[in-house]
Design a protein around this ligand. Sequence first.
Ligand SMILES: [Zn+2]
Ligand SMILES: [Zn+2]
Length: 320
Amino acid sequence: MFALAVILFSALPARSGPVPGSLPAQWNIGAEDCAAAPQPPLQVYAYEPQTLILRQNPCANPEANFLYLLIGSEKALLIDTGAVADAEKMPLARTVLALLPLKDGARLPLLVVHTHQHHDHYAGDTQFASLPAVQVIAPDLASVRAFFGFDHWPEGIAHLNLGDRVVDIVPTPGHESAHIAFYDERTALFFSGDFVLAGRLTIEDTAAEKRSAARVIAFLANRPVAHTLGGHIERDTAGHTYAEGATYHLNERALELSRQDLVKLPSALASFNGFYASHENYSITHPMHNLLALLFAAFVLLSVVAFVIYRLLRWRRRRS
Ligand SMILES: [Zn+2]
Ligand SMILES: [Zn+2]
């Protein structure tokens, strides 16, 4: 009986967990003087054979975006096209097409999508515009809603089947109104764009961001998360944030964030003062609120200066 049970058990397929992969401790970090030390524009790293990560060099563009290529048995999915349009400076389409496997003698069809409608995430679209067997979904909200079938945006989850590989799409507006995140069921990787990343979480709409964080936590409740991978790395290993426009990421920290970084987001947003907050692996900032606060402070300062000048003039007039 025991022998039969062993035979039966060993005949069953092994319990399938997420396909494991690896990430480098250090990516290409640019250079202090890009002209003196020319950098390869694009770094390609295989997390596992069917999951490729492309990093744009900080010298090519300081945004230094991360793009993700997921390969199924029927189709490949490119998430974001990065910050550089010029194919001479950034051979993105050429590199991506060369990475696509052949099926029945033809390259696998490619679907190009975006985490959101910020220029550094879709500037490379032009390189894919007229290629055969390539479909580019525009990053605006109407196109995103129509393609993925979000009838009750931002509620609901969409699903993309790449052939033996399903990717779930979670609406995550807040950083930008058409933002979406991607969960890959094959690897349990969560591609978070600029919704969550190791750096600045810049918020356009705090209420929408809070609802997005709750939506993501609910979606992930009974799913594993191998890593959370964002669109940029903006911090060094000591937790300092690089200056805007930096072409050199000295001691750049790892790309990946954990499930915990996502889980902590609702409480981080609940305690957000509307201007700035620093947390373990990211900071939260609301640029519009900060600008308004700056304008208000400038207005108060100018009013005080004007008042002082007025009193001084009156005082001098009385004395003369
Ligand atoms: Zn963005
Ligand atoms: Zn970005």
